[in-house]
Design a protein around this ligand. Structure first.
Ligand code: G6P
Length: 609
């Protein structure tokens, strides 16, 4: 969840590292630091707080001269956010500096061992042990010392290592935590994500677990876990440089909300050809699909909410049982999964540790694993049997928006593709959904035009301390996503309920003035949605309702406020319905003065358990 960047080249390293870190701050932002080889020493500057604190401290990098260095932005796991717990960590002699992403599980044991040898520790982190251990083993050959450390440490790690005695090289190590290498003319980089180095190069090497790399300004040499030299493929990243910039918007979240129609076009249009769903490089045969006894969808956070929509949609389309599980539960629940199960894992980052662990568990049980992923070359994309990319472009705001809508679109396409092979979808409906899907981006633009109305509604409701969402069927899953968005960025307590469950407890919480967001887009259950609105209103609730244009008039009769979305095929309603909920959360957070792109305690990509 932390961000790592490293540079070796001919230019001043500190400003390059600070710039890289500014693009990684969304991964963690409770402290930041850099270590640079400067005039015979490794000089470290680090500080608790946002990157700006560090940047001010070293005058935007001008205060530390040197052309090789490593940097880090932290999301605390072991040890509270503080100057001393910030990375880089240095060995007691000051010779070795290390940045680390992940968790060293056996650090306590290693720390005791080193302390028994007289090594003093200064921080509470698990990461410091790596710097101390490299120094302990170092006898003039940094790579060899790192190799010995790798035999001793357990857990997940991406490491960037700098040594005073070998000031022309950086060492990069990866296990269960993302790390890539960037190659440029006379300069090379390491980074936890590509956005950190996109300004400098698009040529990258994706490191695999257990691999080590030595970077100098002149080149990169990779090694396997036995430290034997290996040759790696260089890939080209096709993301635009400005895709990871705010481009005039106040917040990444708002920019990404507005980018959704375009992201949908990228995810959907190439996959509908001559009236049929076309999935590139899709290796699941018709026979494989017919042989499936069930489907499992596994994910975390908003990706899990996409999975919940998927349960309704896939069951309807495939007429096969579909289970949906949180990845953090799936891995420990002894799931009933075998070679006749298709496990679909969904992840924007492709690095979420629980989702990765679930993927491995599913494979171990014999299932075929298909991943729906945004980040190309990410760990989940590489380990799954099949990958469908969402092509949403870089998503920077912690609260996901365009990843959600593109994941949903891809899942729908997959459902239609499989249903076509199973013969469980009528030709007419199949054609109708595909036609409507092509209209979806333009309809989403219409929804986005309602931003001023939603901003006004947010101004009316932003000071509520507790907000409820309710809905049935897919509207319930939309409520869950709307509620998550709201609490993530505005810190308002919020819960979502399946509307039919209200009477079984939650309705006791409704009192005069309680805000209930009633999601009622799904036609077949619209009358029931209306009754639920009446029920909560008669207990004093204020109701902000979301429904389709054709149902708007009837909803307006009972709700206090109403937002409508265009009518479309039921399978596509959640794709439009989520947009007003994203905008509502955004504007509420804006009115409350919250740090929208970097909400407290959260990180974009959760690479620890
Ligand atoms: C974090 C993010 C969420 C995201 C979840 C799963 O909690 O803040 O927005 O939905 O991780 O991430 P993934 O990258 O696997 O989709």
């Amino acid at each position: 969840m932390c961000g790592i960047v490293g540079y070796v080249g001919a230019e001043q390293a500190a400003p390059i590292l600070l710039d890289g870190l500014s693009r990684l701050e969304y991964r963690g932002y409770d402290s930041a630091g850099v270590a640079i080889y400067s005039q015979g020493k490794v000089r470290v500057a680090k500080a608790k707080g946002r990157l700006q604190v560090l940047s001010d401290m070293i005058q935007g990098g001008r205060a530390i001269q040197g052309t090789i260095g490593i940097g880090h932005t932290r999301w605390a796991t072991h040890g509270a956010p503080s100057d001393v717990n910030s990375h880089p960590h240095v060995s007691h002699s000051g010779n070795i500096a290390v940045v680390h992403n992940g968790i060293i599980e056996n650090y306590a044991e290693l720390k005791s061992f080193l302390q028994s040898k007289g090594v003093p520790f200064v921080s509470e982190t698990d990461s410091e042990v790596v710097a101390q251990l490299v120094e302990y083993f170092y006898q003039g050959d940094l790579l060899e010392a790192v190799g010995r450390v790798l035999h001793r440490i357990q857990g997940a790690y991406a490491l960037g290592i700098l040594c005073c005695d070998q000031p022309d090289q950086l060492i990069a190590v990866r296990k269960d935590s993302p790390l890539i290498l960037g190659l440029a003319e006379g300069a090379n980089f390491l980074a936890s994500d590509v956005t950190a180095i996109l300004r400098h190069t698009r040529d990258v090497i994706y490191m695999e677990d257990g691999e080590v790399a030595v970077l100098t300004s002149q080149g990169v040499q990779c090694y396997n876990s036995l430290l034997q030299p290996i040759t790696k493929e260089v890939s080209q990243v096709d993301w635009e440089v400005d895709a990871a910039e705010k481009g005039g918007y106040e917040h990444f979240m708002f920019k990404e909300i507005m980018e959704q129609p375009q992201a949908l076009r990228r995810a959907v249009f190439p996959r509908i050809q001559d009236g049929e769903v076309y999935l590139e490089d899709f290796a699941l045969t018709d026979e494989d699909i017919r042989g499936l006894s069930k489907v499992y969808v596994v994910a975390c956070g908003s990706s899990y909410h996409v999975g919940m929509v998927g349960k309704y949609h896939l069951e309807r389309l495939l007429r096969k049982p579909v289970e949906v599980a949180l990845a953090s539960e799936f891995r420990y629940m002894e799931p009933i999964v075998d070679e006749h199960t298709l496990v679909i894992v969904i992840s924007q980052s492709g690095e979420t540790l629980d989702t990765m662990a679930a993927l491995r568990e599913a494979k171990r049980l014999g299932a075929k694993v298909l991943a729906i992923v945004n980040v190309v070359g990410s760990s989940i994309a590489r380990e799954a049997d099949e990958v469908l990319y969402t092509w949403a472009g870089p998503e920077i705001a912690v609260a996901t928006t365009k990843a959600y809508t593109t994941q949903l679109a891809v899942l729908n396409l997959l459902g239609l593709y499989m249903a076509r092979r199973l013969g469980t979808v009528a030709d007419e409906e199949y054609t109708q959904v595909l036609e409507q899907m092509l209209l979806l981006p333009a309809q989403m633009e219409e929804v986005l035009e309602k931003q001023s109305q939603i901003q006004y509604l947010a101004s009316q409701y932003f000071n509520h301390e507790s907000i409820f969402f309710m809905g049935r069927n897919v509207d319930y899953t939309l409520g869950l996503e709307g509620s998550l968005k709201l609490k993530e960025i505005s810190y308002i307590h919020s819960e979502a309920y399946a509307a039919g469950e209200l009477k079984h407890g939650t309705i006791s919480l409704i009192e005069d003035g309680t805000l209930v967001v009633a999601v009622g887009t799904y036609g077949p259950l619209f009358d029931k949605a209306l009754s639920n609105v009446v029920e909560v209103k008669s207990r004093g609730a204020s109701v902000l309702a979301l429904t389709t244009q054709s149902q708007g008039e009837r909803m307006a009769e009972v709700a206090n406020d109403l937002v409508t979305i265009p009518d479309t095929h039921p399978l596509l309603l959640p794709s439009l319905g989520v947009v007003p909920l994203q905008l509502f959360a955004y504007y509420v957070a804006l009115h409350r003065g919250c740090d929208i792109d970097k909400p407290r305690n959260l990180a974009k990509s959760v690479t620890v358990e």
